[in-house]
Design a protein around this ligand. Structure first.
Ligand SMILES: [Zn+2]
Length: 246
């Protein structure tokens, strides 16, 4: 079986997915997304070159996310790539165009707020969107193995984990583990005017994004090679809108 970088080639992928000669309608042009949501009957299978879809560059990936969020905010979600066909298309392999380190908060589900589908996003969610060892390992996999070239660290308004870090009270069980990870961001936010919790949400996004690059050699090297960008975002629970954090 033909494999490239340890992955099953596209032609074999088609066979494995039980799609025969239907084809998967890849769009690999500049700024294109991964696949059409519907199969293309015009797929040319005469070419024996087997390759994985071209990675989506960081800016195109970010544009896809922001366009999806705009649809969500406007009540015009398309719920793309959620068909039975897409289900089959993604059985054998995944090529997510972006990775997200988001909060586990039930009100911030990435695929919904960015209006994306199956196989589009590699999502790591942990309370307070902290760059824990497990989160970093997952994101190393998403980027170096699966080929995502964008990591979006996503915080949100009224984050309970951030609030707990600001309050600094003793916490039961292992709740304090992730809260501890947010405390450096609280100290950064204390130097600013305004609401301390909301300022910490922003500072925490920046702090965790920096930590991803600093704590991971793999991520750091991908950034140097121009194959990865890590950006920050802030989700507003009231409006559904994601604003970039610089
Ligand atoms: Zn949260």
């Amino acid at each position: 079986m033909a494999k490239i970088n340890g992955f099953i080639g596209r032609r074999n992928f088609i066979h494995l997915a039980g799609l025969g000669s239907i084809g998967i309608g890849a769009i690999v042009g500049a700024g294109g997304i991964l696949w059409n949501k519907e199969p293309s009957l015009a797929e040319d299978l005469s070419n024996d070159v087997v390759e994985r879809p071209k990675p989506v560059n960081p800016q195109a990936a970010l544009n896809n996310l922001l366009a999806g969020n705009q649809r969500f905010v406007q009540g015009k979600s398309l719920h793309p790539r959620q068909s039975k066909f897409r289900l089959q298309e993604t059985v054998a392999a995944q090529y997510p165009f972006a990775a997200i380190l988001g909060c586990a908060d039930s009100r911030v589900p990435a695929e919904i707020v960015f209006d994306q589908g199956l196989g589009d996003l590699f999502v790591v969610r942990v309370a307070g969107n902290v760059a824990s060892g497990e989160a970093i390992g997952s994101l190393e996999y998403a980027t170096s193995v699966l080929g995502a070239q964008l990591i979006l660290v996503l915080g949100h308004t009224k984050c309970g984990a951030v609030k707990a870090a600001v309050e600094g009270k003793p916490l039961p069980g292992r709740i304090g583990v992730f809260v501890e990870e947010i405390k450096p961001a609280v100290e950064i936010a204390r130097k600013k005017n305004g609401d301390l919790v909301e300022n910490t949400v922003i500072a925490n996004v920046q702090y965790q994004a920096e930590h991803l690059a600093q704590r991971s050699t793999i991520l750091g090297n991908l950034i140097k090679q121009g194959k990865l960008k890590i950006v920050g975002g802030h989700y507003d629970l009231a409006t559904g809108k994601v604003t970039m954090v610089s």
